[in-house]
Ligand binder design. Sequence first.
Ligand code: CMC
Length: 461
Amino acid sequence: MPGARWPEGGENKGIAADNLGKGTMGKEALSIVDQRTQAAYEIPIHDGTIRAMDLRQIKTGPEDFGLMSYDPAFMNTASCRSSITFIDGDKGILRYRGYPIEQLAEKCSFLEVAYLVLSGELPTEPQLKEWVADITHHTMLHETTKKFLEGFRHDAHPMGMLASTVAALSTVYPESREVLDPKVRALQIRRLIGKMPTIAAYTYRHSLGYPYVYPDNELSYTENFMNMLWKMVEPKYIANPVLARALDILFILHADHEQNCSANAMRSVGSSHADPFLATAAAAAALSGPLHGGANEEVLKMLDEIGSKDKVPAYIAKVKAGEFKLMGFGHRIYKNYDPRARIIKWAADKVFEVTGRNPKLEIALELERIALEDEYFIKRKLYPNVDFYSGIIYQAMGFQPAMLTVLFAIPRTVGWLAQWQEMLCDAEQKIARPRQVFTGQAARDFVPLEKRGVTAAPTAA
Ligand code: CMC
């Protein structure tokens, strides 16, 4: 966000304690009294936040470094100002650039939403035409990249292959390092969005030992992806339009989700001015974990393990006993039904009309029914998240569970790039560098090897 700066602030001096509270009613400020020194401070509040750097002035003396805030896992820390995605977790609201996710899923194509997420506005007809043509003409992979993929073992996890191959693109496009050049950035954004489905499809074909299918420029983004996945010997692949549209909707739902673990990885790595291919590989690595995008694969494993509807109560009992988590449930931000899960449930019905019902749906619906009535889940505000039903649809469409996180990564690349671009254009951002509270040894003298006793040696080397 160029020019998006905070109003004046950050230079606050402590004010006398007896002035505190006088005439401050309605003022956007926080009054603090440091009980260690009795000094009083007034910290400005903007947009419901205080600046952590404003705490630094709170000191016990000139030698004191100053107060910091301690927030492992960023539970209550805004790391940026962003105008891309809005979430109200209590109300279950998700909007991209102000537009409700429900309207976008119903009325837009994925590439239209990608344009919106990246540029801030829905495209006009000529803009959309040009954008789609641009993305379509960046779907091919360099032949050396294809060879690179061939080097993976046949049973390599698709997410490992995807993240490594995206990183390898950095070597194909060395000019991508010019991250401060808007033209260079625009080109890499098109390349990444264009090539992601090609890499994803190649990882799938590689696992099966099938020959790679080259992109078909006459097809839409999702139809072409399906072509590269499933074309066999037919001269022209014709995608089922219902499945192609369902995939498009799923991609729209996954396009961005503000400051989640992978977006944070993208911003953090990108803040060192690493090129976007390497930063995207880092974001994909973050996504692969089972607590983030990897949860969709875990949901399918869990449903397999449960096996049948009648085993659900026993499984829930184990979750409540703390043996494991219910995968696809719970969210750091949503304390209400994830709006994406609602849309996915609706899209599932359309998909099942074509593919037949996935038998796992019965178990999932029973899990949801029991969990939503159970005190444990009610008290903790645990609802199904986006990953709870997405795997069931994807599996019905013919995807193997290991591919599911890759299917998440394709559309999320748009969000990662939008977050990356916003970070680079934000004059307030610098290289990301958190502080720590040091809990280790105080300074001590080196002990030569022959003088080290068994007990002196650290146990965890
Ligand atoms: N099953 C059972 N209990 C849960 C679950 C769950 N899925 N999620 C949270 N809890 C409990 C947790 O044990 C804790 O209980 P207590 O207060 O007794 O200690 C309480 O709810 C609060 O949970 P938390 O771990 O503090 O919440 P968090 O914000 O740190 O974690 C989460 C969020 C998504 C990592 C977590 O809910 C989880 O592990 N869910 C399962 C994995 C999953 O579905 N991940 C996909 C997230 S959505 C897509 C994405 O963004 O990638």
